[in-house]
Design a protein around this ligand. Structure first.
Ligand code: GRF
Length: 199
């Protein structure tokens, strides 16, 4: 990367605790990435306040204001390109993206999912793992491809499922690992991109 740091656009829809973990990581001068934009599809996403607090540019592209996905995505794309971002980081972004949009960012878009993929794609991952009597749960950071919750895995972290766990208790245990996993994954992607640029 010419300027050194990998420039990120973080896309959110809600709480933004993974965003916060990345904001905190970026405070370390040796962290190989910087957040150029936080984009939300919801104006009331609490994560927007975290970005503003950290002095990061924010943008709201409200999907409800568009007649279809492609016009919504066209405006998102414009904002992201204007921010100069090189990597899109999906952090609790709750809109399905079209193949057309995903294919604009090959190996340049990553997602975090609260399960040990390929198990439990989609929603309610913790409740489903508990209902199946699993002994282990976790999270996955992966490159985004058109098929949902698929794509090459970058980092996985595991936690035990303990007696008495509820979906909420398990979600909290996994979330702590998500925050570590996302930081680790961004480091790996930054290193991978540097390598491919210098080779
Ligand atoms: C996380 O559990 C993430 O894995 C999932 O959505 C949740 C977002 O949480 N995709 P937060 O907004 O980062 O706190």
């Amino acid at each position: 990367m010419g300027s050194g740091k990998l420039k990120l656009a973080v896309l959110i829809s809600g709480r933004g605790s993974n965003l916060q973990a990345l904001i905190d990581a970026c405070r370390d001068p040796s962290f190989p990435a910087e957040i150029r934009l936080v984009l939300s599809n919801r104006a009331d996403a609490p994560g927007l306040a975290r970005a503003k607090e950290a002095g990061i540019q924010t943008s709201v592209v409200d999907h409800k204001a568009y007649p279809d996905r492609s016009s919504f995505e066209k405006d998102m794309q414009k904002e992201i390109v204007e921010s100069d971002a090189e990597l899109i980081v999906l952090a609790g972004f709750m809109r399905v993206l079209t193949a057309e949009f995903v294919n604009l960012w090959p190996n340049r878009m990553i997602n975090i999912h609260p399960s040990l993929l390929p198990d439990y794609k989609g929603l309610n991952t913790h409740a489903r793992a508990l209902a199946d009597g699993k002994k282990e749960a976790g999270c996955t950071v992966h490159y985004v491809v058109p098929e949902m919750d698929s794509g090459p895995i970058i980092v996985q972290k595991r936690v035990p499922i303990l007696p008495g766990d509820t979906p909420d208790i398990l979600a909290q245990r996994v979330l702590e690992q998500e925050h570590l996993a996302y930081i680790e994954a961004v480091r790996i992607v930054a290193r991978t991109l540097n390598k491919s640029l210098s080779s």
